[in-house]
Design a protein around this ligand. Sequence first.
Ligand SMILES: C[S@@+](CC[C@H](N)C(=O)[O-])C[C@H]1O[C@@H](n2cnc3c(N)ncnc32)[C@H](O)[C@@H]1O
Length: 231
Amino acid sequence: MARLVELFLRLPAPPDPHESFPDYPRLRDRLGRAAEDGGPEDVEARFLEFYAHVHMNEAPYSLDERRRMDAAGGYWNHAGGLSPILKAGPWITPETVSADFGAGNGLQGLLLQVLYPHARTAQIEISARMKDIGEGLREWLGVPSGRVEWVVEDVLNVPATGYDFIYLYRPVRPDGPGGEFYTRLAREVESEPRPPVIFSIADCLKDFLSDRYEAFYGDGHLTCFRAVPPS
Ligand SMILES: C[S@@+](CC[C@H](N)C(=O)[O-])C[C@H]1O[C@@H](n2cnc3c(N)ncnc32)[C@H](O)[C@@H]1O
């Protein structure tokens, strides 16, 4: 987390053509003051506030995107938090291909790339405007364009194959059409020659996975799964 705080305090303000970050200067100053004179808890609290602002909690959707989201039982753009990012290190190598299903502006995947540079991150998100905002954040954070692939699409139409690390925060509800997404995702990851590690916030995937996967961490917010090694 200290590395992220240090990076954000070094960077200029992000590009903001859509006026997505109106409180950035104020929150960055508060973070800077906490880093200079505050205790660790103060720095952490100010950093979380700052992170939540850059993550954004409202995503702009076109009428068509909103219609598709409603049909799939999509969740709005809530922040998955820093804990999955800080805990992911041991599961990401330079060769890793990662994905965020329902990526918002992609901040989670971008921070994974900042801390643990790896081959590629697929950012799958239904809102085209969030992709545009995320591209600005990618440049701002200095993540090379070849490492980030944007897939502006309904998660219901995107296969979960070819990944080593999957992150998701309930892009869709597990009942109704969303149930098909989790059923298919579970089937696809379990059929992979090298099944990915999965970090899931507010998890609802557990009920769809077979005993080929095990949860190796859970704190009520983040659940982490990996394939059970063959005996
Ligand atoms: C709870 S937020 C998670 C955001 C980010 N991944 C995180 O963890 O901080 C869910 C995201 O999924 C997106 N989403 C909702 N329904 C979707 C769908 N059917 N296809 C693709 N993305 C969707 C929303 O726009 C939102 O960005």
